[in-house]
Ligand binder design. Structure first.
Ligand SMILES: Cc1cc2nc3c(=O)[nH]c(=O)nc-3n(C[C@H](O)[C@H](O)[C@H](O)COP(=O)(O)O)c2cc1C
Length: 184
């Protein structure tokens, strides 16, 4: 069974990312062609990267046990959906740190983004920047993406989206992601 992780890329109090990530997880749980897990970076308080070598040279030998666990966790997945905010026209520092910690564990795996914002950007600039990082990590960045604008208005109290078309779009993004998974 192919395994896909949704990664929530913001950790601040009152974040909207949690709502978006939980919605995506709820939509994708019913798929029969892949297992979808939700990874919340709040559960992974990695210190800022300060290892004596780059991750590609460490072979999983980190100074911090949580980093070793992070590597083992990400290694299990065949593809990723990154739920990203836009902070000052970029993506969040916590997300960059989580990406920087690993190398081989990301290599050759497809990745798609769901960007969201309180205004009209839909995190389009953050996603463009993430694509550059994905290339350096030897990932496969997908062309389809989601850009959720005015994110607070898109979900009701129960976390359901008020726009039923969004779930269909998300399913199509995941269809594409699965096509790019290279048989291991
Ligand atoms: C530090 C910071 C910087 C922001 N910069 C941008 C920005 O450049 N573009 C944008 O569209 N929204 C920006 N916003 C508004 C975010 O779109 C909005 O707060 C969103 O909910 C952030 O995601 P989060 O709630 O998961 O942290 C910024 C928000 C914060 C906290």
């Amino acid at each position: 069974m192919k395994k896909i992780a949704i990664i929530i890329g913001s950790t601040r109090q009152n974040r909207q990312g949690e709502r978006v990530g939980q919605w995506a997880h709820a939509v994708l749980k019913s798929r029969t062609d892949c297992a979808v897990d939700l990874i919340d970076l709040r559960d992974w308080p990695l210190p800022f990267y300060a290892e004596p070598a780059s991750p590609s040279a460490l072979h999983g030998q980190y100074s911090h046990p949580i980093a070793t666990q992070w590597a083992a966790t990400i290694a299990q997945y065949h593809g990723f959906i990154i739920v990203t905010p836009e902070y000052n026209h970029g993506y969040s520092a916590v997300l960059k740190n989580a990406l920087d910690y690993l190398y081989q564990e990301w290599n050759h795996k497809p990745v798609a983004c769901i960007g969201y914002s309180s205004g009209n950007s839909g995190a389009i600039r953050a996603i463009e920047q993430l694509r550059q990082v994905f290339i350096e990590l030897q990932m496969i960045p997908l062309q389809p993406e989601m850009n959720l604008c005015s994110v607070k208005q898109l979900f009701d109290e129960a976390g359901n989206t008020v726009d039923p078309k969004l779930a269909d779009r998300l399913q199509r993004v995941v269809d594409s992601l699965i096509e790019f998974i290279i048989p291991q």
